[in-house]
Design a protein around this ligand. Structure first.
Ligand SMILES: *Cc1c(COP(=O)(O)O)cnc(C)c1O
Length: 399
């Protein structure tokens, strides 16, 4: 390197993170993703922090579907969609996702990060306005930054503030106003009041986008997501989501909405135009996931009842939990270093659960975010609760 100061600056940044207890250390898993995983040292631990809500990440039937799909459709596409990267399979998945989500049409992306990166700039310009929840996912924040529309930010899930910002945007003469929100705020496990958001959108003639990455397959009687949970299935505007969480956990993302919206995005969304098509085996396997979820709601019911069971057990131990009605159960700790100590002690006790701290969440609001899966057995949940209680008593977090 011709500029040694650059490396020295990075070394000092990294040392600063270490000293502040904010350094994120990766742990190595030596098995497939599941409710229990094996680590590099051979130990087996209960996994309490995967987005594997339905336990499908290593489902044998899906693994076989993926293997068969490689034989039938090949390994990679080596193209973006509009050049030579669209198989009938991609189109079939888009149609199946549209029907599953109660939308007119769907466009696939390499990830939901990319879907949010292409959404705003693909639809809006300087004549328009985006009214965005303050706790929206980083990919929404980045997507909004890429777009020239005026930006307004409302306090998290605060419908009074949302209305105030809609009035402001209207008064400023915005042509189109797009409200953007997470369906579930993933650091807090809070479900967005999407029905109220829609009432306000109607009142002010705005469009609604909700990112259901943590809700598809998790919320609603049939696992269709936040719109189903809030009683507005089939009435919502635009949604983004991921194939990397409940729907199998591989990778891929999408935008679903009115056919004109999707048609315009196929012409203009830059991550769609300039990034590779999703792997055929993922498309085929996601179709199989949709088959499974349309045939039975058992997995959806199990993740919901497991989450209720775990939340109740943790409350009885005296933990301060954030959120409600979702498989994300954040255990609030406060101090970042303490959350790291708790995470390390939990691992010794056979429970894998990571601490989240600044800048991922506000300072002094460090937490251990647990995520419940349909794959957890009651015995695993009981063992996790016991380990949390023991480690937290040792560290003085609970009495
Ligand atoms: C996980 C997540 C994403 C990113 O999804 P990927 O497909 O992994 O890029 C986007 N938005 C929200 C709300 C998420 O939780």
């Amino acid at each position: 390197m011709y500029n040694p100061e650059f490396k020295i600056r990075l070394q000092s940044n990294l040392a600063g993170l270490q000293a502040a207890g904010l350094f994120k250390q990766e742990r190595y898993i030596d098995t497939p993703q599941f409710s229990q995983v094996g680590l590099k040292d051979g130990s087996q631990v209960i996994n309490m922090c995967a987005n594997n809500y339905l336990g499908l990440a290593n489902n044998p039937e899906l693994m076989q579907t993926a293997k068969d799909a490689i034989d039938r459709w090949g390994y990679g596409m080596a193209s973006v969609r509009f050049i030579c990267g669209t198989q009938t399979l991609h189109q079939e998945l888009e149609d199946r996702l549209s029907a599953f989500l109660g939308m007119e049409d769907t466009i696939l992306f390499g990830s939901c990060y990319d879907a949010n990166g292409g959404l705003f700039e693909g639809l809006l310009d300087a004549n328009d306005a985006i009214v965005s929840d303050s706790l929206n996912h980083a990919s929404i924040i980045d997507g909004v930054r890429l777009c020239k529309a005026a930006r307004y930010r409302y306090a998290n899930n605060d419908m009074v503030d949302l209305e105030a910002k809609l009035k402001e945007a209207k008064a400023a003469g915005a042509r189109t106003i797009l409200i953007s929100t997470d369906g579930v705020f993933s650091m807090d496990g809070i479900v967005c009041q999407l029905d109220v958001v829609h009432q306000l959108a109607e009142k002010y003639g705005a469009i609604v986008h909700f990112d259901d990455s943590h809700s598809t397959g998790v919320l609603g009687k049939r696992g269709r997501g936040t719109h189903e949970h809030c009683g507005i299935f089939g009435k919502s505007d635009i949604t983004t989501g991921t194939l990397g969480k409940a729907l199998g956990g591989a990778s891929g993302g999408y935008i679903s909405g009115p056919k004109e919206v999707i048609a315009q995005l196929r012409q203009k969304a830059r991550p769609y135009l300039f990034s590779n098509s999703i792997m055929p085996a993922i498309a085929a396997t996601t179709i199989k996931v949709i088959d499974m979820l349309e045939a039975s709601t058992e997995l959806v019911e199990t993740v919901q009842s497991n989450a209720t069971y775990f939340r109740k057990g943790m409350e009885q131990c005296g933990f301060n939990l954030a959120g409600a009605n979702h498989a994300i159960v954040p255990v609030m700790i406060g101090d970042a270093a303490l959350s790291q100590q708790l995470s390390a002690r939990l691992l010794e006790l056979g429970v894998y659960a990571m601490g989240f701290f600044f800048p991922v969440v506000p300072r002094e609001q460090a937490r251990i975010r647990t995520q419940i899966s349909a794959a957890h057995t009651q015995q695993q949940l009981d063992r996790a609760i016991d380990a949390f209680a023991q480690a937290s008593r040792e560290l003085g977090i609970i009495k």
